[in-house]
Ligand binder design. Structure first.
Ligand code: BGC
Length: 784
C-alpha cells in the first residue's frame, strides 16, 4: 500500500512538474489561482515515515529545539539572540542557524549537531540569498522588470548552486509582497504592484531555488515572505500597521503566496505588520485558516526576525510566554531570533496551554524539510566544491543578460539631429560621465547582496572607459549621493560644457536608502543631485540620465527636461557592461515597469489596478486647474494629475510598435460554465484574445505584449484594469505578428460578496496593449 501510494504520488508530482514547466515556458498562460500544488518532497509518504520514527524518540526539549532558530553571523535585525550555540546544538536545542556563509563555518556547526547531539539531527542553515549569492543579479525589482520568469528561474538556480556549495540549504526568498507605495524601501525586494506578474515571479524563484528535487545537493529550500500584507504598511513606513479587507487580501496580497505554495515552497515567513489589528506573526486567519486549511501547506512557517517578541510592543501580549503561545497557536512553527520558543514552549506544553499534538505537528514540518533536503544523508558541505561553484562564466553571462533586460527606457526624445538620443552614436567624440554612481561598485550590488563583493563588479565607468577609451571620456563625480560641495558641482558643469554628450549616473544609496528600514517620505533624488542635474542640463548639451534606485523616484523636472532617461535599478555585478551595451544599442531595452511611477509622493499609494471611484476623472483634463462645475467635483488633485509619470507596464524600445485592435473568439460566456472549470490550471481556456503587433521602427526589437481585463457589474467592484497575461514577441523591422492569449476562467474570477472566488454575470473589457493605459478594447458579456 505504502509503495503504491508513493508511486502514485510520484506520478502526480512528475505530471504536475511537466505541466508547470510547460506553463512556465508559456509564461502568459499560467493562471493565478492554480489548485495543483507541487510537493517537492515535503509531502512524500516515505519521508513522513522517517519523520514519525524520529519523532517517537524525541524528548520535549529536543522537539522544541527543532523550532528554534538563531543568527550566528552578521545580524540583519536588532539583537542577535544568543551566542552559546555550540552548547545548545550539542543539547539538541537549535533547529536552524542563519547568517553564516562559508562551508567551513556551516560544517563546524553541523559537526556538533550530527556528532554530538543525541539524535544527530542536522542543522538547517539559512541566509537571505535574495538576488544572487556571490554572482549578484539585479535587485528583485529589476529582475521583475524583465517580465521574464524563465530568466528569474535561471538566476535563482545559479544562486542556489552557489549558496548550497557553502552548506546553506535555505534562503529567505522570494519576497512576494505586493508593493503599491514607493516610500516603502522594501519595494526594491519584490516584484512590484501586480498579483498576476507577482505570482509568475514567485513561482519562478521557487522553481529556480528548489530545482527539480529538493534533495539534489545544489537545491535550496525557498521561503516566500513576508506573509502577509507587509507591503501595505501605512504611509510606506517600514513595519507599520496595515488595514486590508479580506477582499483585497484575497485578490491582491495573497495570490503570490498561493502561487509560491503551489510551486512547492518549502517555507513561508510570517511578517512584522499587523493586519486589521492582529499581527501577521500571530494571525490564525492567515496562518492557519488560509495557509494550512485552505491551501494545504505542509512546509515550515518561520517567523521574521524577532517578530514573536514584537507581539509585545504590538500590544497583543504583555509577556514573552503569552507572545510565544499566541504565535505558536496561530501557526508559526519556528521562532527566528526571539528565543521565546526556547524559553517558554516546553512550559506551555507542560501546562497544556499548547497541546502536545500541536507541538508534534510543527516539529514534523521542520523535520520533513530537513529530510526532503537530504540533510540526514548529506549533512556537510563539500568544502572542495565551494570555490568552483562561484562566479562561473555562464553565471556572469546570465547576470549581464538579466541586467540588460531589467533596464526600463523611460524617455528617449530627439537629440540635435532630430533622431532619438539613444542609442549613442559611436561617432561621438567626447563624453562626460558625471554623478555619484558612475564609478561605483558597492551600490551596484543592491541591498541584501549576499556574498557579492565590490571586486566582482564592473562599474559603469570601467566599462565605458573600455568601450570609448580614456581619451574620449571626462569623468567627474559632481556630488556624493547625499552630500555635495560647490567645487564638485562646478567641476561637473565644466566637464559637461566641454563634452558632446553628458551621461549622468544619479540615484539612491542602495544600502542606506533602499531595502529594509529604508522608507523615504520624499523619494526624489537625494542630496544635491537635483541641483547637479539642473546645472548640467543648463549647459545645453545633450544629457542621458541613468537612474540607479530601488524604487521609482519622484523627479518630474527631469522627465520634462532631460531628453533620455533609463531606469537601471541596481543592476548587479555586470552593471557596467550591461549599461554600455544598452547605451550603444548592442542590447535593445525590453524592461517594463512593474510599479506605477509617481509624479509626486502625494499620489502614493499609486497602483494601476485600482478601483474606479463614483466620480472618475478620466474624461477631464487634469493638467489644468479645475474649471469648476463638473470639472471640479471629480476625484482629482488640484495640484497634480491623477495619472502616474509612467504607468505600470511601460517601457520604451529603440524601435516602435503598433498594435492592431483586440479581437476575441466569443462575445458571450456563461458564468456557470466558467465556474465549473475554475481552478483547473488553465486547462480549460474560456476565450481566446488576439491582436496584431507590428514593429514600425528600423531595428529588430522585443515587445512585452500585455493583456488586461476589466469586469463591470459584479457584486464587488473590480479594478479598472488587471493584468491577466503577458507574452514576449520578437519582431524584425516592419514585421507583424499575431499574438494570441488563451484565457482561462481565472481571468474573469473575483473574490465576491459570497466570500469565494467565482465568475459572475458581468460586462468584460479586454485590452491587448503595450502598457496598462494603452490598447483598444474588445467587449464580452458573461451571462449567468
Ligand atoms: C527581514 C527578513 C529577513 C530576516 C533575516 C528580517 O529583518 O525582514 O526579510 O529574511 O530579517 O535576515
Amino acid at each position: 500500500m505504502q509503495k503504491y501510494m508513493s508511486r502514485k504520488l510520484k506520478a502526480v508530482f512528475i505530471l504536475t512538474c511537466i505541466f508547470l514547466t510547460f506553463n512556465s515556458l508559456a509564461q502568459d498562460k499560467s493562471t493565478l489561482r492554480s489548485a495543483v500544488p507541487v510537493h517537492t518532497g515535503v509531502y512524500d509518504p516515505a519521508i513522513d515515515m522517517k519523520v514519525e520514527s524520529l519523532l517517537r524518540n524525541m524528548t520535549l526539549e529536543e522537539k522544541v529545539g527543532q523550532l528554534v532558530q538563531y543568527s550566528a553571523g552578521q545580524p540583519t535585525g536588532p539583537g542577535t539572540g544568543r551566542t552559546d550555540y555550540n552548547d545548545m546544538i550539542a543539547r539538541g536545542q537549535i533547529g536552524a542557524l542563519f547568517n553564516i556563509s562559508t562551508a567551513k563555518e556551516t560544517n563546524a556547526f553541523q559537526r556538533i549537531a550530527v556528532e554530538k547531539s543525541r539524535l544527530h539531527i542536522p542543522i538547517l542553515f539559512g541566509l537571505d540569498v535574495i538576488h544572487g549569492f556571490r554572482t549578484e543579479f539585479p535587485i528583485p525589482l529589476g529582475l521583475a522588470s524583465t517580465w521574464d520568469p524563465l530568466l528569474v528561474e535561471k538566476a535563482s538556480r545559479v544562486a542556489a548552486q552557489e549558496a548550497s556549495a557553502t552548506g546553506i540549504r535555505w534562503t529567505f526568498s522570494p519576497m512576494v509582497d505586493i508593493a503599491r507605495d514607493a516610500r516603502w524601501g522594501r519595494m526594491a525586494e519584490g516584484a512590484g504592484e501586480d498579483p498576476f506578474l507577482g505570482s509568475a515571479m514567485a513561482a519562478a524563484y521557487i522553481r529556480g531555488y528548489q530545482g527539480q528535487h529538493l534533495d539534489a545537493p545544489d537545491s535550496i529550500a525557498a521561503c516566500a515572505k513576508h506573509y502577509v500584507g507587509y507591503g501595505a504598511a501605512e504611509g510606506g513606513r517600514d513595519y507599520n500597521t496595515t488595514e486590508i479587507s479580506e477582499h483585497t487580501l484575497r485578490q491582491f496580497y495573497l495570490p503570490p503566496f498561493q502561487a509560491a505554495v503551489n510551486a512547492g515552497a518549502a517555507s513561508i515567513m510570517s511578517a512584522f505588520n499587523s493586519i486589521n489589528g492582529v499581527p501577521a506573526s500571530a494571525n490564525p486567519f492567515t496562518l492557519t485558516q488560509v495557509l494550512r486549511n485552505e491551501w494545504g501547506f505542509r512546509g515550515i512557517v518561520d517567523s521574521d526576525w524577532t517578530s514573536l517578541g514584537e507581539l509585545i510592543p504590538h500590544g497583543i501580549a504583555n509577556d514573552g510566554i503569552t507572545a510565544a503561545r499566541k504565535a505558536f497557536m496561530a501557526g508559526v512553527d519556528m521562532d527566528m531570533v526571539s528565543s521565546l520558543y526556547h524559553d517558554h514552549l516546553a512550559a506551555l506544553v507542560g501546562s497544556g496551554q499548547v497541546p502536545q499534538a500541536r507541538l508534534d505537528e510543527s516539529v514534523r514540518r521542520v523535520l520533513r524539510v530537513k529530510f526532503a533536503l537530504g540533510l540526514f544523508d548529506h549533512p556537510y558541505a563539500d568544502e572542495t566544491r565551494e570555490a568552483a561553484a562561484m562566479l562561473k562564466p555562464e553565471s556572469i553571462e546570465l547576470a549581464r543578460t538579466a541586467a540588460e533586460r531589467s533596464f526600463v527606457l523611460l524617455k528617449n526624445s530627439s537629440g540635435p539631429n532630430n533622431a532619438p538620443i539613444l542609442p549613442l552614436s559611436s561617432n561621438i567624440h567626447s563624453l562626460a560621465l558625471i554623478g555619484p554612481l558612475a564609478d561605483d561598485a558597492d551600490n551596484m550590488l543592491g541591498s541584501w547582496s549576499g556574498l557579492g563583493k565590490n571586486d566582482d563588479v564592473i562599474s559603469f565607468h570601467a566599462a565605458l572607459v573600455k568601450h570609448v577609451g580614456e581619451d574620449h571620456l571626462l569623468h567627474v563625480k559632481g556630488t556624493d549621493i547625499a552630500n555635495g560641495s560647490d567645487e564638485d558641482l562646478t567641476a561637473a558643469v565644466n566637464a559637461a560644457s566641454k563634452a558632446d554628450v553628458t551621461i549622468l549616473a544619479l540615484g539612491e544609496d542602495a544600502g542606506q536608502m533602499t531595502g529594509e528600514a529604508a522608507s523615504r517620505s520624499n523619494p526624489g533624488l537625494p542630496g544635491r543631485q537635483q541641483e547637479l542635474l539642473e546645472k548640467v542640463v543648463a549647459t545645453g548639451k545633450p544629457v542621458v540620465l541613468i537612474l540607479f534606485s530601488g524604487r521609482p523616484l519622484t523627479m518630474p523636472w527631469a522627465f520634462e527636461h532631460v531628453p533620455a532617461v533609463l531606469a537601471a535599478w541596481f543592476p548587479g555585478i555586470q552593471a557596467g557592461p550591461a549599461l554600455v551595451r544598452t547605451l550603444y544599442g548592442e542590447s535593445n531595452p525590453t524592461g517594463r515597469l512593474v510599479v506605477s511611477w509617481p509624479r509626486s509622493v502625494g499620489q502614493e499609494p499609486l497602483y494601476y489596478n485600482a478601483l474606479s471611484t463614483g466620480r472618475p476623472a478620466d474624461k477631464h483634463d487634469l493638467s489644468k486647474p479645475p474649471a469648476g462645475g463638473d470639472d471640479k467635483y471629480v476625484s482629482r488633485y488640484l495640484d497634480v494629475q491623477n495619472s502616474p509619470q509612467f504607468p505600470f507596464g511601460f517601457g520604451l524600445s529603440y524601435t516602435t510598435f503598433r498594435y492592431g485592435a483586440t479581437q476575441v473568439s466569443q462575445k458571450q460566456l456563461k458564468a456557470a460554465t466558467l465556474n465549473a472549470t475554475l481552478n483547473h490550471d488553465g486547462r480549460h481556456p474560456a476565450l481566446t484574445a488576439t491582436a496584431e503587433v507590428m514593429n514600425t521602427g528600423q531595428r529588430a526589437g522585443e515587445e512585452m505584449v500585455q493583456l488586461y481585463v476589466r469586469l463591470q457589474g459584479t457584486s464587488v467592484a473590480q479594478p479598472v484594469r488587471s493584468l491577466q497575461g503577458f507574452q514576449r514577441v520578437t519582431l524584425g523591422p516592419g514585421e507583424t505578428k499575431k499574438v494570441t492569449f488563451d484565457l482561462g476562467p481565472e481571468a474573469f474570477a473575483l473574490w465576491n460578496d459570497q466570500n469565494g472566488f467565482a465568475t459572475e454575470s458581468s460586462k468584460v473589457s479586454i485590452w491587448i496593449a503595450s502598457d496598462s493605459t494603452q490598447g483598444t478594447k474588445a467587449e464580452v458579456e458573461i451571462l449567468p
